[in-house]
Design a protein around this ligand. Sequence first.
Ligand code: ATP
Ligand code: MG
Length: 663
Amino acid sequence: MSDGTTTRGTSSAAQAGLSNLLHEERRFPPSAEFSAQANGQPDLYDRAAADRVGFWEEQARALHWDTPWDTALEWDAPFAKWFVGGTLNVAYNCVDRHVEAGHGDQVAIHWIGEPGDTRTITYADLQREVAKAANALTELGVQKGDRVAIYLPMVPEAAVAMLACARIGAPHSVVFGGFSADALASRIDDASAKLVITADGGYRRGAPSALKPAVDEAVARTTSVEKVLVVRRTGQDVAWDDAKDVWWHEVVDRQPDTHAYEPHDAEHPLFILYTSGTTAKPKGILHTTGGYLTHVSYTHRYVFDLKPDSDVYWCSADIGWVTGHSYIVYGPLANRATQVMYEGTPDTPHKGRLWEIAQEYGVTILYTAPTLIRTMMKWGEEIPQGYDLSALRVLGSVGEPINPEAWVWYRRVIGGDRTPIVDTWWQTETGGLMISPLPGVTTLKPGSAQRPLPGISAEVVDDSGNPVPNGGGGYLVLTEPWPGMLRGIWGDDARYTETYWSRFPGRYFAGDGAKKDDDGDIWLLGRVDDVMNVSGHRISTTEVESALVSHPKVAEAAVVGATDPTTGQAIVAFVIPRGDAAAATAQGDALVQELRNHVSKEIGPIAKPRQILVVAELPKTRSGKIMRRLLRDVAENRSVGDVTTLADSTVMDLISQQLPAAA
Ligand code: ATP
Ligand code: MG
């Protein structure tokens, strides 16, 4: 078990199992100034190693509890209960207590609409808005335990609605605003939601985009919804059902702006959230109250080094993903952060929009995804270089393994060669960050999430569940329960046990491949399903993709293993060129040859792709993850599978059309 302990020493060069091919040697120690002021110091690791559960109790004490817990952890594998007997209110912890402590005038949210309208919301404003919304939910018949579906654009009401649900103890199920009526209907149905909170529409790429019609369709096809609460955002026409539909501004605005909260049990359900569907049908992941809030506020404070009096924090995720739940709403607000929230897309009205916002608000901490960083690389570094980003002091990455080249670009171009980068590995299921550097402690390695956070126990194991030595590769497992862990799959305990706890009994199987380097640091290698087997060699898609992205002409790459009569599987790569795509495509064969040789040189001849296709776009989920299973369908000449969580379904047609040219 590796409670964060770094072991140096033995490593065998030719480990069986997952490949051990990355040779990333760049190192970035924290600056002395950063370390001196950092929230997280080396002693955190020691304290957590000495008494893991006691360490979590210490973190829980940073919150306000109405009743203290009797037992910190009850572990009846695979079912955990944390802070048993304790009661608290999440909304009180995220809002009211900061106002009571004299911070009512501090800005909680600097909100920026895509068309350029703005709202500034202080903690005192937020307290009033949440109180009104909680009163409105009660008037609409929502009681403790009832489920509420939230289907909103990135407007402040999304955070207000979540907090109001938390306040009255009605678990929310946020559904990403870009999803179809189909996806919404199946999620409403699965959770039997009683109320849907939505908007007429939101702004997307410079135009209003309707939401209400999808809700109408979904509600017509389900039976549980009694009322639909509608925020007016775009002012576009909407169909209206007087029996069901109510306007937010009519019902919420007239409510009293105070609300007496009820403390909830530490294990009371806080929310259900469906996973992004990269590998399979989305699962309704259940999170509860006390352990979850402890985990997200602790990790947000130490990993992002938040200083509530001076930082301006910005997480660019959508509230419909777990990152938005844990690191826009619950973690930052519990820690009294001042944050930026942006409604729109990064290229509207121009490709410098994010950097313009960062400059204007003096953003100090930025948390985003590798897909966005690679997009910025593709657009060219002159764009961010046109803005003053000197206030930035910590950068974060989440969602996929970050290719070392993208990491180094992120630090140099966005971070001014100065900021630490925290590559944070976690999942919807884990609730909060699990494996990540601490920015004031860790000597950073581009492309590696490195060590389990203090309090987290992770291991890399082989097929039979034995820990691999340093230098070896296998499967990532979590070996001890943690406070933010999922409490189950909504309505399906059997699927919970089967999916996460049966592969390695007693341990949580994350579904991701990983390796340990010679220092014992962890490198995530992508989904286990994405690992390729080429002539008996197990090669991770991540490593080949990173080699491709390290070539100056490549902005993004996706790699899959396709069935091959001679090698079992053969590597097929899809690449998006940097800068001028047309010119690169014109180079055609020459570029493909150059890239094949480059991979061979970087990793070895065994990893040389059989085929490389130059494409303009890659299929991604709405949360920006590459959907390799669809590319595998193309590479193996099958019709493409389920595309319902794809951001742009035309991408697959485009790629299929390009296919013959590249053989
Ligand atoms: P589904 O489980 O339905 O297939 P999903 O796994 O894409 O969907 P999420 O919970 O949003 O849904 O994503 C978690 C996954 O994202 C992790 O299991 C891992 O594969 C990947 N991931 C997240 N952060 C990192 C990171 N820093 N490094 C490597 N991989 C990461
Ligand atoms: Mg998953």
